[in-house]
Design a protein around this ligand. Sequence first.
Ligand code: AMP
Length: 379
Amino acid sequence: MRRVGIVGGGQLARMLALAGRRLGIRCDVLDPAENPCAAPVARHLRGSFEDTQALDHLVADCGVATFDFENVAVAPLQHLAQRMPVRPSPRVLAIAQDRLEEKRFIRGLGIPVAEFHTVDSLQDLRAAAVQLRLPCLIKTRRFGYDGKGQWKLTQLDDCERVWSELEGTPAIAEAWVPYRREVSLIVVRDAQANHRLYPLTENHHVDGILGYSLAPAPTSCEMQAEAESLAFRLVDALDYVGVLAIELFEMDGHLMINEIAPRVHNSGHWTIEGAHCSQFENHLRAVTDLPLGDAAARGYSVMLNVIGEWPECEGLLACAGVNVHDYEKTPRPGRKIGHLTVCADSVEELHGRAQALLRAAGRGELWAGLQPRIAAMVG
Ligand code: AMP
């Protein structure tokens, strides 16, 4: 029996563990919480991510370790990597968890990213704002997520306020990208350098959090090929093993990387029902040296995040083609507590099903934005 240790026990670990069960792969999750999201479906080892004793339990019982979020300290993972394979590697994590390192690395491969400058002082901040022109974005180098740790600078007079709110945290200043849309790419690579690539996904944010995704994103063959080329360059340069998520901006008909996440990703949740082999199963296959699965889409999908509170379940389940994923998390405003995926064999069918889903989910206000994007999926 294969056993995978996961550092972190959130909803991503939960979905990994659920995917693993079908293949006879067991997951152990290390998480400091009393009852983390993955605990009902995986063995839970309670301990901090820095606790080398707790990490050693993973070594004793598992053949390989992975992680479900990127804000784990690198040193304990290096400790782990001396005793067992850690996939993806701590080196990848070190790059991905620091926006400055990440952008330098990606730019070094000749892949476009927004222009950026290091911000370690008020003088740096002012100089960057002048060079990049306004508006520009200030982002903390570490621990930012869902738009947190970010400031939009619209006037030079705001530099002092933003600097004081940073409280000395190392940051970067980034040029404002007037993008047409946001897309993401999920790629999986194994230790023999085999790859599988999911079709591009189009993502729409609401209040800084991913609201919904459509897949396959309406796009040209040229753009899918451009995405594939940059994804392969990236994973090969990182000698990556597992699933990597790449968040991109589309601008002037080309792609630019916003950031990468060295793990399974919210914008890939549609793959559970909408692709032949899900991102979760493919990640487990990659890290356990099993053959990779088919990443092609089965049809057309829309994934809607459930944020804050659950709509009435009966109404959702009455919708055709809808799959409900409840993470069993305590509802709280702004918290992702589940997701809903609706799949269909045709764009026409998806149109009707997605509209019914939004109504049942009490998210009818999203329809005006979603409808034209579904229509664009044709052809
Ligand atoms: P991030 O935390 O880098 O993923 O950014 C969160 C969101 O802020 C993105 O999904 C974009 O909508 C927006 N954003 C980030 N960077 C830029 C940029 N350079 N220009 C314009 N919008 C951005």
